[in-house]
Design a protein around this ligand. Structure first.
Ligand code: SF4
Ligand code: FES
Length: 187
């Protein structure tokens, strides 16, 4: 298999064909924080935590490393000032749910007075159920600040016995959502 040479954080690395920047970085021991990435699922590119700076020729762009393919001779920087600013903003918007990451980025409070203690809308459960389980028992309901994960009422009994996506949910919120949907169903 041919490999793709690129530079990440000043290191020359080789990506395998079809790999994203994130996958090449991870395989080479370079850490990029993620929230909505899971190797079992298709790239989603939603949370923006994995943003990196990519220079190709004389053009530099900020891209989601979980969705951007590794390309020959690009120069990737994973933790510039601009990138740190983006990550801090996300940490503050989801405050205080990303506390471990907040420590790494020196964030001790949120400018937005966020009190986010619920689902991060990473979509892991929705995507797993659709892509792997092919059931579509959970879905995104509502828009903007009212957006939430919901269980299709008629499929709540499937969820309660399946539980496959529970381990993907970083905060375990999907467990309660399934339990509540099942309880309402059996009333
Ligand atoms: S319930 Fe959990 S897995 Fe599902 S979208 Fe929310 S955080 Fe992600
Ligand atoms: S991990 Fe890349 S956008 Fe969420």
């Amino acid at each position: 298999m041919s490999t793709i040479p690129l530079e990440i954080d000043g290191r020359q690395v080789a990506a395998e064909e079809g790999e994203t920047i994130l996958e090449a970085a991870q395989r080479n021991g370079i850490h990029i924080p993620t929230l909505c990435y899971n190797k079992q699922l298709k790239p989603y590119g939603e949370c923006r935590l994995c943003m990196v700076e990519v220079t190709k020729g004389n053009r530099t762009r900020i891209v989601a490393s979980c969705a951007y393919p590794a390309e020959e001779n690009i120069v990737v920087k994973t933790n510039t000032e601009k990138i740190a600013k983006i990550r801090k903003m996300i940490i503050e918007l989801l405050w205080p749910s990303l506390s471990a990451l907040a420590k790494d980025y020196g964030v001790t409070e949120s400018r937005f007075h966020s009190d986010h203690t619920d689902c991060n809308l990473c979509g892991m459960c929705v995507r797993y159920c659709s892509e792997v389980k092919k059931l579509n028992a959970v879905y995104f309901k509502g828009r903007g600040i009212n957006r939430e994960i919901a269980v299709v009422p008629d499929l709540a009994n499937e969820c309660i016995y399946c539980r496959d996506c529970f381990t993907l949910c970083s905060g375990g919120w999907i467990v309660d959502k399934c339990d509540n949907a099942y309880t309402s169903l059996s009333k």
